[in-house]
Design a protein around this ligand. Structure first.
Ligand code: ADP
Ligand code: MG
Length: 219
C-alpha cells in the first residue's frame, strides 16, 4: 500500500533542519503498524508526508501504485480526500457542529447531499456505538467519545488507509485502550490498513509491527 524509498526532508531556515534521513519503509495492505520514536524524532513530519499534507526533498513515495511527488494542490487534495483518513491527538472536531455533522463533513467536500450525508454519518456512528451521541456537540462528549467521533469521520469516505498521529495522547490509559481496540477491530474485521504514530510503548504493543524512528532515521 505504502512504499517509501530514501526519503529526505529538510526544514529550511537560518539553521536548516535535516529532519528525515534516507527513510525507506513498506506498509502492506491490511497491516496495523505503529511508528514509534521520541518527541522530535520526525514522526509527525513522516506522517504528514504519508498523508500528502507535506512534500519531501528527495526519494520516492508510492501510495497504492502511484508516485506521490510534486503533485499540484488540487491533485494532492483529491487523492487525500479519496484515499486517506486522518485521526489526530486533539480530535480536530468543529465545536459548533454536532457529532453527526462532524462525521459527515468529508462527504460535504465530496458534494454528497445533506440527507445522504446525515444518513451515512448516523450509520458510521452506530457502528462505533455512538448513535445516542449523534446530536451532541463535541463539548458534551468525553475524550474517548470525541476520538470515536473523529474515527467515524476518518472512515466515512471509505479510505484505503487510516493515519493517526498520537491518537491516544490526550486520553487516560483506560480510554486509550478502548480507542486502540477500535483500531484493532477495524484492522482485523475489515482489513483496514492503519498506521499509528505514537511515543507510547503501550500503544505500540497493541499494533502488529513497530517501525522505530530515531533522529530522523529508521532504526
Ligand atoms: P515528532 O512528531 O516525532 O515529535 P516532528 O516531526 O514534529 O517530530 O518534528 C521533528 C523536528 O522537526 C523537530 O525538531 C521539530 O521542531 C522540527 N519541525 C517540525 N515541523 C517543523 C516546521 N514546520 N518547520 C521547522 N521545523 C519543524
Ligand atoms: Mg509529533
Amino acid at each position: 500500500m505504502i512504499t517509501l524509498k530514501d526519503i529526505n526532508k529538510t526544514y529550511p531556515g537560518a539553521a536548516p533542519l535535516h529532519v528525515l534521513k534516507d527513510i525507506s519503509l513498506n506498509i502492506g495492505r491490511g497491516e496495523l503498524v505503529s511508528i514509534m520514536g521520541a518527541s522530535g524524532s520526525g514522526k509527525s513530519t513522516l506522517l504528514n508526508i504519508l498523508g500528502i499534507l507535506d512534500g519531501y526533498d528527495s526519494g520516492e513515495y508510492w501510495l497504492d501504485g502511484r508516485l506521490i511527488k510534486n503533485l499540484s494542490e488540487n491533485r494532492a487534495a483529491d487523492l487525500r480526500n479519496r484515499m486517506i483518513g486522518f485521526v489526530f491527538q486533539s480530535f480536530n472536531l468543529i465545536s459548533y457542529k454536532d457529532a453527526a455533522d462532524n462525521v459527515a463533513l468529508p462527504l460535504f467536500y465530496q458534494g454528497v447531499g445533506r440527507r445522504k450525508r446525515r444518513a451515512l454519518a448516523m450509520e458510521q456512528l452506530e457502528k462505533l456505538g455512538l448513535a445516542d451521541r449523534a446530536h451532541h456537540l463535541p463539548g458534551e462528549l468525553s475524550g474517548g467519545q470525541k476520538q470515536r467521533v473523529a474515527i467515524a469521520r476518518s472512515l466515512i469516505t471509505r479510505p484505503s488507509i487510516i493515519l493517526a498521529d498520537e491518537p491516544t495522547g490526550a486520553l487516560d490509559s483506560r480510554t486509550s485502550k478502548e480507542v486502540m481496540q477500535i483500531f484493532r477491530d477495524l484492522n482485523s474485521q475489515q482489513g483496514m490498513t492503519i498506521a499509528i504514530v505514537t511515543h507510547d510503548p503501550g500503544v505500540g504493543e497493541q499494533t502488529n509491527r513497530i517501525i522505530r524512528i530515531s533522529d530522523g532515521r529508521i532504526v
